[in-house]
Design a protein around this ligand. Sequence first.
Ligand SMILES: Cc1ncc(COP(=O)(O)O)c(C=O)c1O
Length: 390
Amino acid sequence: MMRALAGKLPDVGTTIFTVMSRRARELDALNLGQGFPDYDIDPRLAELVAAAMAGGHNQYAPMEGLPWLRERIAARLGAVYGLNIDPESAITVTLGATEAIYSAIQAVVAPGDEVIAFDPAYDSYEPAVRLAGGRCIRLPLLQPGFRYDWERVRATVGERTRLVLFNSPHNPACVAASSADLAALAAVTRDREVLVLSDEVYENVVFDGAAHHSVLSHPELAARSFAVFSFGKTLHATGLRVGYCVAPPALTRELRKVHQFNTFSIAHPLQHAIAAYLAERPQWGRELAGFFQAKRDRLRAALASSGFRLPAAQGTYFQLLDYGALCDLGDLDFAERLLTEAGVATIPLSPFYLQPPRLTLVRLCIAKRDSTLDEGAARLNAFAARLRGG
Ligand SMILES: Cc1ncc(COP(=O)(O)O)c(C=O)c1O
């Protein structure tokens, strides 16, 4: 008889994103939870996908990604950050950012290695480290404002530290790292065998005129970093599942060793269509900050007199909502009440933590039609009024 199967991630269940989206569908609630747009993609992109399939691009794509697409990515890194990145040796097309993160971690983390991640963090990091046999050390971001405690990071980096997982703009904290943060990250990893994985899927969504600080534009960090990006975010099409990883050739070689046995290569017609779409729009990505800032401002204005507090959102697809002044439930219970009583699905913050502090925050996705945001705000305002009424 086979022993009961424990599996390699016995404590991991279905993610909060999947659970909340499923519950939202079952209850016919408005879904401001999982981070995906509810509006249509640009019809031109759909046309180009159809054209790529009709044009016969339906067999395996090159393992490292379509050269034409990697050239478009390199051209943009040149235009935006002034970088000269070799698409052949330093850019790999992956199955979304998720695969880039997973494959990079498998490529460099060995059993017994330690990886520093922050608390809260995007939920795929820690399981990927554990599957590589590594141990994630989670360092809390400090309140108020989810600030890095660089002194604590410095004190934690040791002989076994292999990787730091960095994310800016940050999901779910909605904060963007400063150039001082990058300088501190460089300092704590200097003269050590420590690499950086920088999740920059929201690189184009930094608000209020601020610049995105990429590890790629910090030469010292660029030399020891995997930087991860997502066309799902950039093209409002999370279902495409196409992303990419930029890393120096030595790291890229290691990444590709895993990538080739993980996904091998990414949907060929999609890569053609994306490359053609980007070629038609040399300025791609630059419109996103204004587009999402207008949505953030719309939602914030609509909730301004609700009694909920709205922490500053410096970037990403999201806006946090702090209900602490109106209700003392835990965030999981509050999200459940919002779902069942207000008909709005949100994402509570505690699943992003290894050790959740006492939190009164839920995350709202702003990548929605204006009418969805307006209806969501109306329901949240009505619910807040009920809470204020006792
Ligand atoms: C911070 C962060 N990293 C990675 C991802 C995954 O990106 P992709 O959908 O391209 O796999 C997401 C998606 O929400 C994210 O928010």
